[in-house]
Design a protein around this ligand. Structure first.
Ligand code: ADP
Length: 447
């Protein structure tokens, strides 16, 4: 096992990784920007290295600064968390070149699955159902129109290198497809420096369901069941739950086995999430793979009792995944609400600032993953997610009651957060009755 690792991230996930390390007897060194100098988790880490000024391009995304920090701190490995450099294959390669283990997949499989066009091809080889769409990259608008006419509107144009809901455009006819193509290409080039696009049928009123996989370097792989992440705004998840409340046991088994086949076909190791859309008739279709730990991993930890970060560390250190699929059980229901410093009344625009009052909820069945405390400053430089509230109870009804109670207990003042929006969603009749799809917020929560 590693004796000392560097965490190339910040905020709640940095703290989450520090905690896993300390329980495994690994020293955790955290990097921080000047904006995060006073963050409480920097004190909790075994060591901390300043890597530069607040803007992420000059700190958390600045590879030379991070590699120097790793060398100065004399670590065996780097955990990238999620976001920042977590899915940057070039960074993983540099770590390998410097003799530092990267806690994640190897660069080749990251690159392959990170490209959504290639990921579709691997899914097809693994006999995983795909959203009908292009076989490869779509080169121009004429090709897009031809394919859309064949598979039928509506369609969605997506960036091969896409992430975070960017580089995606829906089109309902030939005219809007021309516009969508140009807009998606411009956005993809600006955001990912890669304008490659592909096309999929736009699934109507889908649910988003994803499977958590863990695989070791010897080819052993297991799944930890699914998460339902249907509640999204602008294609960004807000509330997640496990298990998916509308899946029948047979479909669940097929879904999880499909995800496993895909990961094994790619000869992948470490944590992965295979994402699917579920249509109104409960058919599932593969959309993409995330080659990192995800924000919403705690709901899986709550229902399965497994610590996924510890598994990431063990696997990266070359230990075997000594788990049999039949020994992984899921019990009860878990929800996660993302608490973002955003103003739901102003189209979820970021709302940074100093937190004068901070009281986290507690009690039976409640877990709070946050790096904040009273007096913390929410920086405008980074993602607006400031806390994750997670609950676990035997039934969905009980889990909902606990989540609502915990949200009401949570005090984060005076900044605006997504707490009131989450409460509103959890109390909505359609959410309670499991009759939601990915457009629920846009359709039922605006205004
Ligand atoms: P990203 O990597 O940017 O998050 P994804 O491919 O994971 O993009 O898609 C994000 C969300 O966009 C999905 O959860 C879903 O809500 C919507 N979406 C993506 N593809 C489709 C599709 N073919 N039909 C309908 N909705 C889609």
């Amino acid at each position: 096992m590693f004796t000392r690792i560097l965490i190339a991230n910040r905020g709640e996930i940095a703290l989450r990784i520090i905690r896993a390390c300390q329980e495994l007897g690994i020293e955790a060194v955290v990097v921080y920007s000047e904006a995060d100098r006073d963050a409480p988790y920097v004190q909790i880490a075994d060591d901390a290295v300043c890597i530069g000024p607040a803007p992420a391009a000059k700190s958390y995304l600045h590879i030379p600064a991070i590699i120097s920090a790793a060398e100065v701190a004399d670590v065996d490995a780097i955990h990238p968390g999620y976001g920042f450099l977590a899915e940057n294959a070039h960074f993983a390669e540099i770590c390998a070149d410097c003799g530092i283990a990267f806690i994640g997949p190897d660069p080749a499989s990251m690159r392959q699955l990170g490209d959504k066009v290639q990921a579709r091809q691997i899914a097809e080889k693994a006999r995983v159902p795909l959203v009908p769409g292009s076989d490869g990259e779509i080169r121009d608008e004429a090709e897009a129109v031809k394919l859309a006419d064949k598979i039928g509107y509506p369609v969605i144009i997506k960036a091969a290198a896409g992430g975070g809901g960017r580089g995606m455009r829906v089109a309902h006819n030939d005219i809007s497809l021309h516009k969508a193509f140009a807009a998606a290409r411009a956005e993809a080039e600006a955001a990912f420096k890669n304008g490659a696009l592909y096309l999929e049928k736009y699934i109507l009123e889908p649910r988003h369901v994803e499977v958590q996989i863990m695989a070791d370097k010897s080819g052993n792989a297991v799944h930890f069941y699914e998460r339902d992440c249907t509640i999204q705004r602008r294609h960004q998840k807000l509330i997640e739950e496990s298990p998916c409340p509308v899946l029948e046991e047979r479909t669940r088994e097929e879904l999880c086995k499909s995800a496993l086949r895909l990961i094994q076909e790619a000869r992948y190791h470490n944590a992965a999430t295979v994402e699917f859309l579920l249509d109104r008739d409960k058919n599932f279709y593969f959309i993409e793979v995330n080659t990192r730990i995800q924000v919403e991993h705690p709901v899986t930890e709550m229902v399965t009792g497994h610590d996924l970060i510890k598994w990431q560390l063990r696997i990266a250190a070359g230990q075997p995944l000594n788990l049999r699929q039949r020994d992984i059980k899921h019990t009860g229901v878990s929800f996660e609400c993302r608490i973002n410093a955003e103003d739901p009344d102003r189209n979820y625009c970021p709302c940074p600032g100093k937190i004068e009052r901070f009281i986290a909820p507690g009690g039976p069945g409640v877990r709070v993953d946050t790096h904040l405390a009273q007096g913390s400053v929410v920086s405008p430089y980074y993602d607006s997610m400031i806390a994750k509230l997670i609950v676990h109870q035997p039934t969905r009804e009980q889990a909902l009651a606990t989540m609502k109670r915990a949200l009401r207990e949570f005090r984060i003042e005076p900044i605006k957060t997504t707490i009131p929006a989450c409460l509103k969603i959890l109390s909505h009749n359609l959410f309670v009755k499991n009759q939601v799809d990915t457009s629920f917020i846009e359709r039922h929560m605006s205004g």
